[in-house]
Design a protein around this ligand. Sequence first.
Ligand SMILES: NC(=O)c1ccc[n+]([C@@H]2O[C@H](COP(=O)([O-])OP(=O)(O)OC[C@H]3O[C@@H](n4cnc5c(N)ncnc54)[C@H](OP(=O)(O)O)[C@@H]3O)[C@@H](O)[C@H]2O)c1
Length: 475
Amino acid sequence: MRRFTLFPNASSVGLTNHPQSNLKPCWPSARCCNPCAAKSSRNYTAQVAACAAAGRRQTAERTAVRLPDLPATYKRLVAHRCGPSFRQVTVVQELPLQPPGPGEVLIRITHAGINGGCETFRARGEHAFAPNRAMQDFPLGAEGSGLVVALGPDAGGGLQLGQRVAVNGAAAFSEFVVARPSLVTPLVEGVGCAEGAALVLSGVTACAALEATARVRPGEVVAVTAAAGGTGHLAVQLAAAAGATVVGIVGGGTANKKAEAVAALGAHHVIDRTSQDVASELARLFPGGVDVVYDGVGGALRDQLLGCLGPTGRLLQVGYISEYPHTQAYRWDQRDGGDGDDGGGDGGREGGGGCPGNVALDEAEVPAASTAAAAAAAASTAPTAAPTSALPPSEQLFWGGVDVSLGQRRVIGQIWPKDLKAILRCRRRVFDLAARGQLRVLTDQGHGRKGVEGVADAVDYMLRGEHVGKVIIEI
Ligand SMILES: NC(=O)c1ccc[n+]([C@@H]2O[C@H](COP(=O)([O-])OP(=O)(O)OC[C@H]3O[C@@H](n4cnc5c(N)ncnc54)[C@H](OP(=O)(O)O)[C@@H]3O)[C@@H](O)[C@H]2O)c1
């Protein structure tokens, strides 16, 4: 195993400035020098510029180059082996810091996003993550952001040392990650690291589903479930920006707070699913039906919303969190008394479309999971009219990436477009909109924890569903 020697003769945690520049240490532990931590400081731009300039100089070298003062070791959260809940399987490891390999960059993660489902499915080894059952000490975390601190030989993508970036598909519950540039999005001024971590998966998901797949048109009616949540609050805004009339559906013990937030983001109507009858409220507001449903909740709510679809309506099955085995223990409005940690999971149903957000956004790389899901979708999009009662369970639609036609209405399990260029466009679009102040990114760190040791608490906090915006943890 290669050890990450900081500089020739440096034997301990780096206290040495970079030998080839006068650059002051630009390292997250030195908060004053961390553009992410010091975003509001007047030195922010100068710091980023200094880091970038150093990056440009150093990229010319053919070997890995890095910022000074990198530690010799770092901490990351791994699943020791698969098990019933995220908390039960995770352990913190301390490992030697390795340099990035050819074509890779090393990122000091400052913020990670807490994903509604993907992470716990990964920890449980279910569906696309079934191979994890044969693994030990596998990393976790689907979305994050931070600073580029080292560039491997031939690392492309125009990335520079000191650059603030968001990254998806990497093991973001870690102080450092190595990533391919195709998974990395540079953050421009106006988009903070916490916001970047929220956009890189939750924002791209909303854009891909609504704009690339459902192709929302002006004048359509779009209903968004979990509308105050990580992906939902971004979907509300993207649908409104497309000229749709937006209905945000919220719930949980903080529905009022959520309703206010969703209205402020541009929703034309807000329905509290815990105190109002969603179907009759939608029927009252829109007797002709709803054109598009962006649904991450699934279960009984999805079934109600199906009945509200207009004649050519489409329901995007973005997730089905109310049915996830690991959510059952957390909710105050728990319906079916599941214990959440029974280890029974989904009865061994495995395979399917993968965690759809974890696509390598690189046209050269079509990930196996995406391909499988696209193939499943292609095989299943034949216009076979089926009665609503014949609709496959949310789980099957989602993981199989299956589309079902109900007459002219469609239930879309594969919300990701097959064309990776379309996903890339969405990625650019959400970051551009956020940078221009046209997409507000709400983040929530109400769990009060920091560092990889706090991630399980942050996951519990997200699953309680009291938050507004994307649940983020500072690493
Ligand atoms: N396809 C993809 O690539 C992709 C990417 C990101 C997220 N997702 C999916 O989108 C959905 C939302 O994920 P997120 O990360 O943005 O989370 P989130 O919306 O920030 O949090 C989950 C929300 O779901 C709602 N919910 C309803 N019933 C629930 C239950 N039984 N347990 C827990 N929450 C419940 C809650 O909002 P209310 O109480 O207000 O209803 C809660 O705030 C999930 O299904 C997730 O898997 C999919």
